[in-house]
Design a protein around this ligand. Structure first.
Ligand SMILES: O=C(O)CCC(=O)C(=O)O
Length: 267
């Protein structure tokens, strides 16, 4: 079923105030401090470290690996906590501000910037996408699972760049770039047309984050959930979870089955 404007997927939260919505529309980001409790952060990190241990060198391989960072891909398939996280009402409300009511999950990945990784992730826009005639098509949520500090590889963004109509050239150093620092448990929703990337980690410790990435209904998923998520997991999802994974959406099957979903510099 293709959701219509009157059939919003994010019906639970209506908490974003007018100023937060304005910032999200104009600057391209909004923060949710303390969305996860310390106990929830610990549960995510415990599961993520289990996955890194089990997956070893192949970690992230369903999508891509990255120099200077450990990655996990396809996490909806890898633990109930991830299945539940994709339905977080506060985040869905912000996603809808950016994408409108017709959106779905594109992927759920984890990225851990290695200690002293010696490089920043290039500035990019997700899926290499520019806004089109229908508006924005990509929106990401970055869940801090360690504190993001000025030195440990925090997310960097260029506020407002989603309205520039171009993607960053390699090595771009635009004015106005800012670091998004915060505490473990904070979540930042970014319009993923905003120029962004991880910064360099100068510390002795990893910097972990989960990226729950959504896309407009008429675009392919970065990771085709119907194919990648086990039947057992698909069968226990809530109706909203099924819709978010686009499990019963022939349009998504046609768009995503060819594996055409790409992401930013990681094409
Ligand atoms: O983890 C981060 O700080 C940002 C990562 C990112 O933008 C990406 O992997 O596409």
């Amino acid at each position: 079923m293709v959701p219509s404007a009157s059939d919003s997927i994010s019906t639970l939260a209506r908490g974003l105030n007018a100023e937060a919505k304005r910032q999200l529309r104009e600057q391209g980001y909004v923060a949710f401090p303390g969305l996860l409790s310390p106990a929830q952060v610990a549960r995510f990190n415990e599961r993520i470290e289990e996955l890194f241990a089990v997956e070893g060198d192949s970690a992230g391989g369903e999508f891509k690996t990255e120099p200077g960072a450990r990655r996990i891909a396809n996490a909806v398939n890898k633990g109930r906590i991830f299945e539940e996280a994709i339905e977080t009402p506060e985040v869905l409300e912000a996603i809808e501000v950016v994408l409108g009511p017709d959106f779905k999950l594109s992927s759920l990945n984890v990225r851990s910037a290695n200690p002293h990784n010696g490089c920043a992730q290039p500035l990019h826009v997700d899926s290499g996408a520019l806004p089109d005639a229908l508006g924005n098509s990509v929106c990401n949520s970055v869940w801090m699972l360690d504190d993001f500090t000025e030195r440990n590889g925090a997310l960097r963004i260029v506020p407002g760049s989603h309205r520039w109509g171009r993607i960053p050239e390699p090595g771009a150093k635009p004015e106005g770039e800012m670091l998004v620092t915060g505490k473990a448990g904070d979540v930042v929703v970014i319009n993923a047309h905003v120029w962004h990337g991880g910064s360099e980690n100068f510390t002795d410790r990893q910097r972990r984050a989960m990226h729950i990435y959504y896309t407009r209904g008429d675009k392919p998923q970065q990771q085709y959930q119907k194919r990648l998520v086990r039947r057992e997991v698909q069968d226990r999802l809530s109706p909203r979870g099924r819709r978010l994974l686009a499990l019963d959406d022939p349009r998504n099957d046609a768009l995503s089955a060819t594996g055409s979903g790409v992401s930013g510099f990681m094409k």
